[in-house]
Design a binder for this molecule. Structure first.
Ligand SMILES: Nc1ncnc2c1ncn2[C@@H]1O[C@H](COP(=O)(O)OP(=O)(O)OP(=O)(O)O)[C@@H](O)[C@H]1O
Ligand SMILES: [Mg+2]
Length: 499
């Protein structure tokens, strides 16, 4: 929160005759105005100017402010608060509640020419040649407010004039796109008593937290944070995976669930017993073995928990992710492919800012905050030195290995879908040692395609039948040396046998 100053304005005469500022010496006798007269005339003056401002697009902002606030406003301080751009929708959610209070009378005005630079309520009070802002229509934008396409219409730039219990004041909302840390949502209040202005801003902060549209949702910082929109945070659908859709070696899922979900379930008891709730789980293993699949399963089970997903370039948003998680806990932060920020570990240890920033942020979050960090990597070797050098951030490393024989059998059963498999799978299971789940998924689809091509196309609604020769042909094709690139992409093992 910052304090500015309204500047020196002495604009008597901006309101029409009868305003206290423009009143001359009081006449004597019957014409001497009583306090009630002054108030009535003042209000009529304000109405006249506001009406004129509405009708006249070129009416000046200082004129409007002067008419509403009176000449003393020039000596009032401006109290401001700033928000990250992704919180714009929450600021509006707070304002919507706050403006609905019948104790407050307000009018909203739009400003044009805002793109020409910095805006300040203090500057707007004074007629100045270099001020571009004029009264105009209110700039609005529809911002995402939920995972199913919900939006909230938000004011991008607006000036509210308030009257509350006989007190008048003004609030300005605008987007500062010229700041050093990206676009910020700025609220400024011009009010006689700065303590009341601060109190209003604090109330809006509380309401924005209470009404936060991201609470309990899965949200992700994506690459678009560098795009023209710049908001960077989007709603993701919470995945729903049945337990049978995740095939892991015995005991592995239980271990992960216990650490991520179990601690959340026993939150109150653990807290009461003075135990820390913050936790970090690292899922590591070869590509295509089911790390992301495990995360998707966990997110489905973390109902009502706010989840921030970071992947790729969005890892730069780790600080914002932690601040959201702290504010909206219980929360989880998923950092996919965390090795991407540790690639140059070959250089001096401790020189990679992002990985260490991540570890620092993990450390900085209070111990008793219910936040689970879920990290994934297929290059645990790259992370190990950094994690070992700073113990305590990750308290459980879980190896998501390639499927064993029983796992491969369950995966074939899973990816069979509605296919009618009339074949002996033993041979396939032997030949696929060391392949990934995605390899087996693709094998099943190839068999289905071959069976579909064989079958008469018309009106046969029975499930496709997979026989031995489909499986053998599919395997031969995928394991053929000529398809080595395909095999490596879908995770075929080097030791899987071609015959
Ligand atoms: N253990 C598994 N159980 C069920 N399906 C799986 C499993 N592993 C992988 N799959 C299937 O293969 C696809 C790719 O797997 P996933 O994205 O989880 O791999 P990953 O381990 O995250 O790989 P990477 O290291 O490349 O990110 C999944 O969408 C899923 O269809
Ligand atoms: Mg993955």
């Amino acid at each position: 929160m910052s304090y500015g100053h309204g500047g020196d304005v002495g604009q008597t005469g901006v309101v029409s005759s009868g305003s206290p500022g423009a009143a001359g010496p009081a006449p004597s006798g019957a014409l001497r105005p009583r306090p009630g007269d002054v108030l009535r005339l003042w209000q009529r003056g304000v109405q006249t100017v506001v009406r004129a401002a509405r009708a006249e697009p070129q009416a000046s902002v200082p004129m409007l402010l002067g008419a509403h606030l009176g000449p003393e406003a020039g000596s009032w301080p401006v109290v401001a608060d700033e928000w990250a751009e992704y919180d714009h929708v929450n600021v509006q959610a707070a304002l919507d509640v706050w403006l609905a209070d019948p104790a407050r009378k307000w009018e909203l005005f739009g400003l044009t020419g805002v793109q020409h630079g910095m805006l300040s309520l203090g500057d707007l009070l004074v007629e100045q040649p270099h001020i571009w802002q004029r009264l105009g229509s209110v700039a609005m934008v529809d911002l995402p407010a939920g995972p199913d396409g919900e939006v909230r219409t938000c004011v991008r730039c607006g000036l509210w004039l308030f009257e509350e219990a006989g007190e008048r004041w003004a609030l300005l909302l605008w987007l500062n796109e010229h700041g050093p840390s990206g676009t910020r949502v700025r609220l400024e209040i011009l009010r006689a008593d700065p303590a009341r202005a601060s109190d209003t801003l604090a109330q809006l902060r509380r309401l924005a937290l209470e009404r936060n549209v991201y609470r309990g949702q899965v949200i992700g910082f994506g690459d678009e944070m560098f795009g023209p929109q710049g908001a960077g945070l989007s709603f993701l659908r919470r995945p729903q995976l049945a337990a049978r859709e995740l095939v892991l070696a015995d005991g592995v899922l239980e271990l992960v669930e216990r650490q991520v979900l179990g601690i959340a379930r026993q939150r109150e008891q653990l807290r009461a017993a003075g135990q820390h709730l913050k936790r970090g789980v690292l899922l590591h293993g070869p590509p295509g073995s089911g790390k992301t699949q495990t995360v998707r399963y966990l997110l489905g089970r973390l109902k009502g928990v706010t989840v921030v997903v970071l992947s790729g370039r969005a890892l730069y948003a780790i600080r914002e992710a932690c601040s959201i998680a702290r504010a909206l806990a219980p929360a989880a932060i998923v950092v996919e492919d965390v090795d991407l920020i540790a690639e140059d570990r070959g250089e001096m240890p401790g020189t990679h800012p992002l990985l260490f920033q991540l570890l620092n942020e993990m450390d900085g979050l209070g111990e008793d905050v219910d936040v689970a960090f879920i990290l994934t990597t297929n290059r645990a070797d790259l992370l190990e030195p950094a994690l070992a050098a700073r113990p305590g951030r990750v308290d459980q490393a879980v190896n998501i290995a390639l499927p064993d024989l029983d796992g491969r059998r369950r995966l074939l059963e899973l990816y069979r879908g509605q296919l009618d498999v009339q074949a002996n799978l033993d041979g396939v299971l032997q030949r696929t040692e060391g392949v990934t789940a995605s390899f087996l998924k693709e094998l099943m689809r190839r068999c289905a395609l071959a069976a579909a091509e064989e079958r008469a196309t018309n009106n046969n609604k029975t499930p496709l039948v997979i026989e031995d020769h489909h499986l053998q042909a599919g395997l031969d094709e995928l394991l053929d040396d000529r398809h080595q690139l395909t095999r490596s992409i879908i995770g075929g093992a080097t030791n899987a046998t071609t015959q």
